[in-house]
Design a protein around this ligand. Structure first.
Ligand SMILES: [Zn+2]
Length: 312
């Protein structure tokens, strides 16, 4: 029997067979209770819409298809319970938690293990805290970056540059906790990377954009550099409608703000497109001693041959 019995009441889902889990409407993230008494029962755990007012029960024999779903449910439960845990052991087959204030003699304990059928199940749970939380904190130790990103995901997809202040208030209305600006920033960044990928992965995907050349009437403006091994790597790029004074001006302005920053003595090698020439003459901070402009010899040769023919 579960130590924290499931209250009697209508079940959202009922089966005489356990496990009978394939019928959970393809919800891979489903989290459910099972109980063996005179009748086998299970109850699907749907994430509380409002953590402050909705039911959030955790018991032994709770199962989940995925470890991360179990972790999420436990974190939500503990946030609602206003108690904090720390991870005692975590690997492919076990997730064991103790009270964060175990040193006070608190025996709160939870253990989830993966069963032979692949389900993560809570096999041990001492739900009573005897510790003293002290002054209640606005934030919660177990409200981690993943939990924060989960709230922000949908909004950041629509508004990638959502202010951190807004992120913090969204987290507050979901979990009732006021997180620090730093946590807000990290949660925002995590959500952003989940949607758009990291800068590194974007650069890795860059060769796939070779198709842009010729096939479409748009341009790829790109700045590359050379590392200590003599290998070329991309520094920044932008896709524009055309190659002009305006687009090169916009790109170079961003390049200066985000990549060059305050550095001096930068050498730029270019194919001397008139958009580049124009901006390097006129844009502020693109002349010596900040930036020195040289022509790429390969492009110079190619341009000469194009203009005067191969005999040149
Ligand atoms: Zn405790």
């Amino acid at each position: 029997m579960a130590e924290n019995p499931i209250p009697d009441g209508p079940m959202q889902w009922h089966s005489d067979y356990i496990p009978y889990l394939d019928s959970l409407q393809g919800r891979e993230d489903a989290f459910f209770f099972t109980r063996d008494d005179d009748q086998n029962r299970q109850k699907t755990w749907f994430e509380p819409k409002n953590l402050m007012t909705d039911e959030c029960i955790l018991a032994r024999e709770c199962s989940s298809h995925k470890k991360k779903m179990l972790q999420r449910a436990v974190r939500m439960y503990c946030i609602k319970d206003m108690r904090e845990f720390k991870v005692d052991d975590s690997n492919k087959s076990i997730w064991r938690l103790v009270c964060k204030r175990k040193t006070q003699g608190c025996r709160w304990l939870l253990r989830g293990i993966v069963k032979p059928d692949g389900l993560w199940e809570i096999t041990k749970f001492h739900p009573k805290h005897t510790c003293d939380m002290g002054q209640s904190r606005a934030d919660h130790f177990n409200l981690d970056i993943n939990m924060i990103a989960h709230v922000l995901l949908k909004h950041i997809e629509e508004t990638p540059r959502m202010p951190i202040k807004t992120c913090i208030s969204m987290v507050h209305s979901k979990y009732g906790k006021i997180i620090s600006k730093r946590k807000g920033f990290l949660g925002h960044r995590h959500a952003f990377e989940m949607i758009f990928g990291t800068w590194e992965s974007s650069f890795r995907a860059l060769p796939g954009w070779d198709d842009v050349y010729g096939r479409y009437d748009i341009k790829l403006l790109i700045v590359v550099d050379m590392d200590a091994n003599g290998s070329i790597f991309p520094l920044a790029f932008v896709i524009t409608a055309n190659e002009s004074n305006e687009t090169w001006g916009m790109f170079l302005t961003h390049l200066k703000t985000h990549v060059i920053k305050g550095r001096q003595g930068i050498c730029v090698l270019s194919d001397s497109h008139k958009g580049i020439l124009h901006n390097m003459r006129t844009l502020e901070g693109w002349q010596p001693p900040h930036v020195y402009h040289r022509y790429c010899l390969r492009h110079l040769k190619a341009n000469l041959q194009k203009k005067f023919g191969n005999d040149t």
